[in-house]
Design a binder for this molecule. Structure first.
Ligand code: HEM
Length: 165
């Protein structure tokens, strides 16, 4: 079995990480992370609100999707890149955190969902019931990912040999 603690300790050296060695780079990277998830999830939420029939009713969901999808993609690329960079500052405590694990799994599910079912339904003339189900699920899933990001500090770490607990 892979011993992830050893892999992470070998791959990353938090003591020499530039983000841990000056006052401004960690908060700056967090600001980028937060701004970019606001952009990517915000643009996805615009499509969701249209699918739910709450906004932009003069436009079709397909038109809204076309207008927003580039911004969603740019946001996702930057949020994932900045997240990985922040992760290197303290890989063990993030890796062994329940909220971080949930966030990574839910993010994978959300990205696959966004570029398959969500996209297909937004582009087709689906019934209002299907639109509501697909848009509602998307919104809840992305909101749960934001909450998981906020909750790192308040969730217990999983036990691992040689670490906290
Ligand atoms: C759309 C996807 C994502 C969302 C919505 C998201 C959301 C968040 C939120 C809300 C925070 C807390 C900010 C704060 O309160 O200071 C956060 C921090 C963080 N995120 Fe993400 N994140 C996403 C993707 C990622 C990815 C892909 C990674 C890494 C692989 C990652 C790693 C981190 C790390 C390490 C922190 C720092 C936590 C700390 O302050 O110690 N995130 N994220």
């Amino acid at each position: 079995m892979v011993e992830w603690r050893i892999v992470l300790q070998t791959a990353f050296d938090p003591a020499n990480n530039p983000l841990n060695n000056n006052d401004w780079s960690f908060p700056l990277m967090e600001c980028i992370h937060i701004a970019m998830f606001a952009m990517s999830i915000g643009t996805i939420a615009i499509v969701d609100f249209r699918l739910l029939g709450l906004m932009f009713k003069k436009r079709t969901p397909a038109e809204i999707l076309d207008a927003t999808s580039l911004w969603t993609l740019i946001g996702l690329i930057v949020v994932i890149t900045s997240g990985l960079i922040i992760f290197t500052t303290d890989p063990l405590s993030y890796f062994y955190n329940y909220s971080f694990r949930y966030k990574m799994i839910a993010l994978l599910v959300a990205i696959v969902y966004n570029y398959t079912i969500h996209r297909k339904v937004a582009k087709s003339n689906s019934s209002a019931a299907v639109n509501v189900m697909v848009g509602g699920f998307s919104l809840l899933l992305w909101i749960s990912i934001v909450f998981a990001g906020i909750f790192y500090a308040f969730t217990e770490e999983l036990h691992y040999v040689g670490g906290p607990n």
